[in-house]
Design a protein around this ligand. Structure first.
Ligand code: ADP
Ligand code: MG
Length: 599
């Protein structure tokens, strides 16, 4: 491992500097600047949620201000009408925001493409309208005389004192979010952009991951709303409308959707700019407020064209350039006990049986009445010309696509119609013909994702930093699988930097991290060099000797013939023949199907 270059610009020093500066600012600044910093902190909480939800999770929300509003109105209503402590108001605000997000998320998060952001505009608008029309919430005049916060005998009514609470909460929220991203839940969140098939293949539920992320982002907004209400001591509908939501999104984009610090930087940028514009624009025109919208719109467009990474994107690039930073392997402690392993079925017992499987795509019958069986600790090859239906067959038996007719039995259970996630959790792990890796995650993180179903820690434990023991187990397993495929030294590199052939092998490591009974490999040797193919063959044989069952699609006949115990040949969706390699090679039907394909 290379030593980190010595520099005063490393992240730790930067962090200490930022915290010190924030702690000392109230001693230097006047009340006006402190109030501005308070607004920046509150904005940063909301933007932090958006960096997670939109930047990392890939779900754009144009309604985040509505959650701020729910938190603010929740505590405002409870504390003014019931006269209870604002701290009870905090619990109420978070509960309300969480429930609202859960309900809205459950209804909308299955929407794909543009429909999800569009739906967020709809609920964002309706919630803001609700605030302005409910009698108990004071309609358009809002609620006033909200009590200020107090910590025991200390009143936090003064901007200078609530400042410390706001920024402590911002710090804690950043720490929590950082911990979550580095955890089992965080790997699933970071894999969301890879699609639900990828997540289901490691036994995770993309919808649930997205829903918990959505709730977490909303809770951050709700917390911001609670602070807002007790700081301003007055709430009205307009700060929570869709225009405000767009401003929060602008913060996240301007700061940088790719990293947590982007939320802080973006909030500061937007708030300072807004403040500056409010001073300058009225001098230029009487319609200052409208001009402000125009300036923000122009800024948004500029950012999307020239700085998608936001301000933090530039900072990161500059730092990489200054320090020529090498990726660093994180030294990890060995776990007390390794992850529990599955009991593999004894050699020769039936593992998988496909009975009369049919798959139709409209008029095309991609798989037509195919049956075959696989026994424990066997390697079965599925071969056939391009378009024969092999990948489709794999999708049927892994539950990735529903069957039109037929049955699949796995480990003595009928898994026909079961979800891909359930089948994966039973012990079937797969790789994809079109590689599904997360290019911006490290090799180690990609492989650790494979062990998802073997662990339990969720977002809350991870955020609080209580998942250490389990994470050590997961990473020990991931490291072991990386070493198995010969990439043990390169765990901290990004998966996207590997050549395509090696990415396929990395998918095998991810599948192995699930401790599978049956390994389903779709063209794993495509794009590999001779030596790499030999290594792969050796690895697969070794796995078979350890009792793993393997089903493989492969085009390289030399490779397949030397590797497998039996072959199933498909052509035009139907099964042509089945048998040991030598018999299949000699079969005239197979030779005809492959004519010119070099068998
Ligand atoms: P192989 O993996 O053997 O090359 P595939 O299983 O990918 O073959 O494809 C079998 C046939 O099914 C092809 O004709 C292909 O065009 C068709 N096919 C595969 N997936 C789909 C789909 N999602 N929709 C429509 N047709 C499909
Ligand atoms: Mg295929």
């Amino acid at each position: 491992m290379k030593a980190a270059p010595v520099t005063i610009f490393n992240s730790r020093n930067m962090l200490v500097l930022v915290v010190l500066a924030l702690a000392l600012l109230p001693l230097v600044f006047g009340s006006f600047s402190i109030s501005l910093l308070n607004d920046i902190g509150i904005g940063a909480l909301v933007a932090l949620g958006l960096v997670l939800l939109t930047g990392v999770g890939g779900a754009t929300s144009f309604g985040q201000a509505a959650f701020v509003g729910i938190g603010a109105y929740g505590t405002a209503w409870l504390t003014t009408t019931q006269g209870v402590s604002p701290w009870l108001g905090l619990l109420f605000a978070l509960l309300l925001t969480g429930l609202a997000a859960f309900a809205i998320g459950a209804l909308t998060l299955r929407l794909s493409g543009h429909y999800l952001p569009l739906s967020s505009i709809a609920w964002g608008l309706s919630i803001a309208l609700l605030f302005g029309n409910v009698e108990a919430l004071g309609r358009h005049s809002g609620l006033s005389n909200i009590s200020p916060l107090a910590l025991g005998p200390w009143s936090l009514a003064d901007p200078r004192s609530i400042y410390y609470l706001i920024w402590t909460l911002v710090g804690l929220a950043c720490l929590f979010s950082h911990n979550v991203l580095q955890s089992r839940a965080g790997r699933a969140i970071r894999a969301l952009r890879g699609g639900s098939t990828l997540l289901a293949s490691v036994g995770a539920d993309a919808f649930r991951v997205r829903l918990s992320l959505f709730v977490m982002a909303a809770l951050l907004a709700g917390l911001a709303g609670w602070l807002y209400a007790h700081m301003n001591r007055f709430v009205s509908p307009s700060p929570f409308d869709v225009r405000a939501s767009i401003e929060y999104l602008l913060m996240a984009v301007a700061g940088g959707l790719g990293q947590l610090a982007g939320a802080l930087v973006g909030s500061a940028l937007v708030m300072l700019l807004k403040n500056g514009l409010q001073d300058v624009l009225p001098l230029l025109s009487q319609r200052g407020a409208q001009l402000e919208t125009v300036v923000f719109a122009a800024l948004f467009i500029l950012l999307l064209h020239h700085a998608r990474g936001g301000l933090m994107g530039f900072v990161t690039r500059w730092r990489q350039w200054r320090t020529a930073r090498q990726p660093q392997a994180v030294p990890r402690q060995a776990p007390a006990t390794p992850l529990a392993r599955r009991q593999l079925p004894s050699r020769g017992t039936p593992v998988l049986s496909v009975e009369r499987a049919v798959k139709r795509f409209g008029g095309l019958v991609a798989v037509n009445d195919v049956s075959f069986a696989v026994n424990a600790a066997e390697i079965i090859g599925l071969i056939g010309p391009n378009g024969a239906g092999k990948s489709t067959m794999f999708n049927l038996l892994t539950g990735t696509a529903p069957m039109s007719a037929g049955r699949v039995q796995f480990l003595g259970q009928d898994v026909t119609g079961r979800s891909q996630r359930e089948i994966a959790r039973l012990g079937m792990a797969r790789t994809f013909q079109h590689v599904k890796l997360r290019p911006h995650m490290s090799l180690l993180d990609n492989v650790a994702l494979g062990a998802h179903a073997r662990a339990n820690c969720g977002m809350l434990l991870a955020g609080l930093g209580l998942d250490g023991a389990e994470e050590r187990q997961i990473f020990a397993e991931a490291q072991a699988q990386l070493e198995r495929i010969g990439l043990g030294e390169r765990g901290d590199e990004l998966a996207g930097s590997l050549p395509l052939g090696t990415q396929r092998i990395l998918e095998i490591a991810r599948a192995l991290a699930a401790d599978p009974v049956l390994l389903v490999l779709d063209e794993p040797a495509a794009g590999l060099r001779r030596k790499e193919k030999q290594d792969l063959g050796e690895l697969l044989r070794k796995l078979r000797d350890e009792g793993v069952t393997i089903l493989i699609v492969e085009h390289d006949m030399d490779f397949v013939m030397k590797l497998v115990d039996r072959l199933v040949v498909m052509n035009f969706g139907a099964k042509l023949v089945e048998g040991v390699p030598a018999a299949v090679r000699a079969d005239p039907q197979v030779q005809a199907a492959y004519l010119g394909d070099g068998v």
